[in-house]
Design a protein around this ligand. Structure first.
Ligand code: MF3
Ligand code: CO
Ligand code: CO
Length: 256
């Protein structure tokens, strides 16, 4: 299997795309509140990407997906379709966005608490975020993809949560979902060796209850089978000589 290695020029374009994707999530955070619909959030993101960033919303029409962002609320694991659903106090929502700029993709998602947060909502969001960062810290030339998966799985399971196995991170560049697959579980030292210049996403989905999921009849929305809460965070990562660069880092994350 061929894994694309980005040269300096590609890396600079990936930085730009990553930053734009992250800025969409910064911007939309000001609108996430009780009463707004996921469809309204989608329209705001769409217009921002197209009119302010002069970029392309990669999700729109991707394999027939009808929107710019995925909005996954509470027991929705991923790929929630924006619509008439109004957010309410205590909901948790993942917003996942991908932009294309100069042909390159930047892909990132975050969790948001709607209104007054619940203890359970805060907890699953925090542990999932920490799991993502445990995975990121395993990114380094010479390490293996299994090191990333193991670090993520270990942290989530230690806190009584379950990793969703059906969906994974992915290589990214001019191709949205490229090789290799980045599993969010694994065995240290196993899998493909990590090399400088690779770019991929890490995007763990973590359930409060069982790991099983199902896809709704709309053929997109993935939910937990037991309707337990689910959370996800995603970053696009560049492998550097000594470790990693997070291309979709938020301003508030610089000191993590
Ligand atoms: N952004 C998602 C990912 O992290 C994929 C969304 S595909 C869509 O890979 F079609 F649902 F938008
Ligand atoms: Co992704
Ligand atoms: Co994404």
């Amino acid at each position: 299997m061929m894994i694309d290695i980005k040269n300096e020029d590609d890396q600079e374009k990936m930085r730009i795309a990553g930053k734009l994707a992250s800025q969409v999530l910064d911007m939309i955070s000001n609108y996430v509140a009780p009463g707004i619909t996921t469809g309204e959030l989608d329209r705001i993101c769409h217009d921002y990407i197209v009119n302010e960033q002069n970029a392309i919303p990669a999700n729109l029409n991707y394999k027939g997906f009808p929107a710019t962002i995925c909005t996954s609320v509470n027991h929705v694991v991923c790929h929630g379709i924006p619509g008439n659903k109004k957010l309410k106090h205590g909901d948790i929502i993942n917003i996942d966005v991908t932009v294309i700029k100069n042909e390159f993709h930047g892909d990132t998602s975050r969790m948001y608490q709607v209104g007054k947060p619940t203890t359970q909502g805060e907890r699953i969001s925090k542990i999932t975020y920490e799991s993502l960062w445990h995975g990121i810290k395993a990114v380094k030339p010479g390490n293996h993809l299994g090191d990333i998966g193991y670090a993520i799985q270990n942290h989530a399971e230690k806190h009584g949560y379950a990793i969703v196995k059906e969906y994974c991170g992915h290589g990214i560049g001019k191709i949205y979902h490229d090789h290799p697959q980045i599993l969010h579980y694994g065995t240290p030292g196993h899998g493909i060796e990590i090399k400088e210049g690779m770019t991929f996403t890490i995007e763990p989905m973590v359930n409060a209850g069982g790991a099983s999921v199902r896809v709704l009849p709309d053929q997109w929305t993935v939910v937990t089978r037991d309707h337990s809460l689910s959370a996800q965070w995603e970053h696009t990562i560049l492998v550097t000589k000594s470790g990693y660069e997070v291309l979709t880092l938020a301003p508030s994350e610089n000191t993590y």
